[in-house]
Structure formats: structure tokens, C-alpha cells
Ligand binder design. Structure first.
Ligand SMILES: [Fe+2]
Ligand SMILES: [Fe+2]
Length: 149
């Protein structure tokens, strides 16, 4: 079977994204530890674990296709100077992920590659959940602000 270069392109772009997300969430988790906000430190650490799960799925898919997986383009880490800024920055990251996985899944539907569609779709659902979590975190920060105002 001929190599689907477009599919490999999506898998590789996704791997770049996930490795960058791991780096960003890990750095934010450590920064929250320094700021002594333990709940946010734990939250970002949990994100690292979930994004690493995505790295694994993508690497498995690339390896099954006979491609050696390696991220080549890591986006720079953006930390944020406050929790509000962190959440805003992470929202951008997650929206980019959702767009990428929607496009990749739509491509797989078009070429009737249902196995890889399932890979992208599973990760897409997680990224949508990450966005919802960010919404919840933002709302709880706003409530705290009101309480202290
Ligand atoms: Fe992810
Ligand atoms: Fe995510």
C-alpha cells in the first residue's frame, strides 16, 4: 500500500503539538509549585499525563506505518504571569489542537481511513474536555476574585 503522506503529515503535526503541550503544562505546573498554588500545580501535572497519552497514541500510529516518530517543531513555551494569563494562553493551545484534530479527522473520513479517524477523534474528545476544564477554572477564578473584592 502506498504511503499516505498527508496522513503522516497530520500525525507529525499532532506529535509536534502534543510535545509542545507537555512542555508547556509541565513548566506551568512547576511555576504553580513556586507560587504555592498546589491545586493548579496538580491540575497542570494531570494535563501533562493526558497529553503524554496523546503522544503515545500518535507514536504508536506512526510506528505502525513504519515511520520513526519525532517532533521537529516545538512551539515556544508560554507561561503567563498570572493564573488568568495561564488559562488564556492554554485556551489558545487547546483551540489549535481542536482545529488540527477536526481537520485530520475530516481528512480521514474523506479517504475512508477509519482506523486513523478513530485515533484523531479520540484525542479530539479529550482536547474538547480540556477546553471545558479551562472554562471551569476561569469561572472559579472569577468567583474567587469576587469573594475577595
Ligand atoms: Fe493533547
Ligand atoms: Fe489538551
Amino acid at each position: 500500500m502506498a504511503m499516505d503522506t498527508r496522513l503522516i503529515g497530520y500525525l507529525t503535526r499532532a506529535l509536534d503539538h502534543e510535545m509542545a503541550a507537555v512542555q508547556q503544562y509541565m513548566a506551568q505546573s512547576r511555576l504553580c509549585e513556586l507560587w504555592s498554588v498546589a491545586d493548579y500545580c496538580a491540575h497542570f501535572r494531570q494535563d501533562v499525563t493526558e497529553e503524554l497519552g496523546h503522544v503515545e497514541s500518535l507514536m504508536d500510529a506512526l510506528l505502525r506505518l513504519g515511520v520513526s516518530p519525532h517532533a521537529t517543531q516545538l512551539a515556544p513555551v508560554r507561561l503567563g504571569r498570572s493564573l488568568e494569563e495561564m488559562i488564556a494562553i492554554d485556551r489558545v493551545l487547546e483551540i489549535e489542537a481542536v482545529r488540527l484534530y477536526e481537520e485530520a479527522a475530516a481528512y480521514c473520513t474523506r479517504v475512508r481511513d477509519f482506523a486513523h479517524h478513530a485515533v484523531f477523534d479520540r484525542i479530539l474528545r479529550d482536547e474538547l474536555q480540556h477546553l471545558e476544564e479551562l472554562d471551569r477554572m476561569e469561572a472559579s477564578l472569577r468567583t474567587k476574585e469576587k469573594r475577595y473584592a
